[in-house]
Ligand binder design. Structure first.
Ligand code: ADP
Length: 156
């Protein structure tokens, strides 16, 4: 069975993330969305909230799983016995950022294989930050995120 990890903050998960996940699942039998807990970065949603939203959003997607780590992504990859890491990119800024992240991963394990999927045109402008801004200004976010995210925002 082939396995890859899709790491990120997912704060919150968007339809752009889901699209990357589904496309990664065309290459791998199983993809684990790995929510990173970063104590140095402030987060809009708690880890429990993020997991809840993701679980609900992926429940009908075959081969999709979710987990979290407060450690290093590379250590998690070793634990589950894979070296494939999926990342999405939308633009040049993402690419520059990804270059830095890849360097960090490679320093930890030079066998790590990064797999980059280009965002689909309709998701090019979607980011977790934009969703949060839309929500704050009263715009409808339901076109851009799974229902579970809309529900979580309503609860907050
Ligand atoms: P991070 O904080 O680690 O960048 P994010 O949760 O923002 O994590 O994103 C996780 C991954 O998904 C990153 O590789 C990011 O570039 C990618 N991504 C984010 N939004 C989109 C989108 N709309 N389309 C495709 N990929 C995306």
């Amino acid at each position: 069975m082939s396995l890859a990890i899709y790491p990120g903050s997912f704060d919150p998960i968007t339809n752009g993330h889901i699209d990357i996940l589904k496309r990664a699942l065309k290459q791998f039998d199983e993809v684990i969305i790995l929510v990173a807990i970063n104590p140095n970065k402030s987060s809009r949603f708690s880890i429990e909230e993020k997991i809840l939203m993701i679980k609900e959003a992926i429940k009908y997607i075959n081969g999709a799983k979710v987990d979290f780590t407060d450690g290093q992504t590379v250590d998690y990859a070793h634990k589950v016995n894979t070296r494939y890491l999926i990342r999405g990119y939308r633009n040049k800024e993402d690419m520059i950022f990804e270059e830095e992240i890849a360097k960090v991963y490679r320093e930890q394990d030079k066998e790590i294989q990064m797999i980059y999927l280009k965002a689909a045109d309709k998701y090019l402008n979607i980011s977790s930050t934009l969703i949060d801004e839309y929500h704050k200004t009263g715009k409808d976010i339901s076109k851009f995120v799974p229902d579970s995210v809309v529900k979580m925002y309503q609860k907050k």
